[in-house]
Write a protein that binds this ligand. Sequence first.
Ligand SMILES: [Zn+2]
Length: 235
Amino acid sequence: MILTRLGVAAAVGWAAYAWGAHLLALGCVWRGSHATRRVALTFDDGPDRDWTPRVLDLLAGRGARASFFLVGERAVQVPDAVRRMVGDGHEVASHGWSHRSLWLCGPRRTAEEIDRAHATLAELAGREPRHFRPPWGMVNAAMFGALRRRGERCVFWSLQPEGLRPVAAEDQVRHVLRRAHSGAIVDLHDAEGPWRAPERLVQALPAMIDGLRAAGYELTTVTELLEKPPASASA
Ligand SMILES: [Zn+2]
């Protein structure tokens, strides 16, 4: 009986820590300002030794800038890709150290995931990451304090053309172009994600970029998207 009660108390405690924290996620960012016609493409789970350079080539070929939410332990394996991101004008942001779900992390492990990724990415990129995307989109109550101490802001997305299941490249393009809006943050995967996600990304990216630009959108980083638009632009 006591064990049952303890079990229930533990379950309630965990639910508050993990699920309940999603109420606090109101403090997270889902999109940028409506005021200017800008969109941020964001790439999760990299860098990948093979796919990330191809994504960087595609972006460079079209003069487009974006934000990369990197996994710390992967970034140390492919440091050249991180340096190239910075050199090409992209934003290096954090996706945690090991991509472990924060639902499985206590407060100490949560801080470690955020701190270690922050320090590693700052060193590789030569500047501190300002944004963090929780792996799997799962937050916990300890994340907010850990992010505040590092000066990072939690960023989700407003458009996700591919969730947990594979979606054909042309359907991803259609999804994004149909739902595009000012201030949109688009969630994509240049590594991992659903099965063969980076391969579909490389197929989808040219048409996605061209289509967004044809619709009048400027492609930018999350940092620039969240900056206050110039006074003239909001008039
Ligand atoms: Zn991820």
